[in-house]
Design a protein around this ligand. Structure first.
Ligand code: DQA
Length: 153
């Protein structure tokens, strides 16, 4: 089971940026938390963060060639603007979960649109770093359920 965890712009600034909204944990601490959880559950986790839209598109496409089983993505502000990320996720059709650390539903109007949501099987919002763990668990359950279904056919 291989899951790619992709973070978009300004998520490298976790711990520094708006701690009232995103908490005091750093990006490295986020990676460590997810990595430990994945190790305990025998999930292969790969991490990627970029501030650049095209690089995020490239990483999503790479997940296809690497035969990743699932994607967890927090596209940061590109959530609300990027058709390119939506198209990339649709292109690879890998089960994907959308994560937001803050509760976007309770924030500004311009954050109420998510272009990528229609390519995602789950959205987790407002649960801090734990949201990523919930997303990993949801995907792994879903994917292993599918594998078992196929075995029984
Ligand atoms: C975010 C919410 C976005 O609106 C914002 O632009 C981010 C982070 C979150 O994790 O809560 O950069 O995706």
């Amino acid at each position: 089971m291989k899951i790619v965890i992709i973070n978009g712009p300004n998520l490298n600034m976790l711990g520094i940026r708006e701690p009232d909204k995103y908490g005091s944990g750093t990006y490295d601490e986020l990676v460590e938390k997810i990595r430990n959880h994945c190790m305990q559950n025998k999930i292969q986790a790969e991490f990627y963060q970029s501030n650049h839209e095209g690089d995020l598109v490239d990483r999503i496409q790479q997940a296809y060639y690497d035969k990743a089983d699932g994607i967890v993505i927090n596209p940061g502000a590109y959530t609300h603007t990027s058709i390119a990320l939506l198209d990339a996720l649709k292109s690879v059709s890998i089960p994907t979960a959308e994560v937001h650390i803050s509760d976007v539903a309770r924030r500004e109007d311009f954050r109420q649109v998510s272009y990528i949501r229609q390519a995602c099987c789950l959205t987790v919002s407002g649960k801090g770093f734990d949201g990523y763990i919930e997303a990993v668990d949801y995907l792994t359950k879903m994917i292993s359920g599918r594998e078992n279904e196929n075995k029984n056919k």
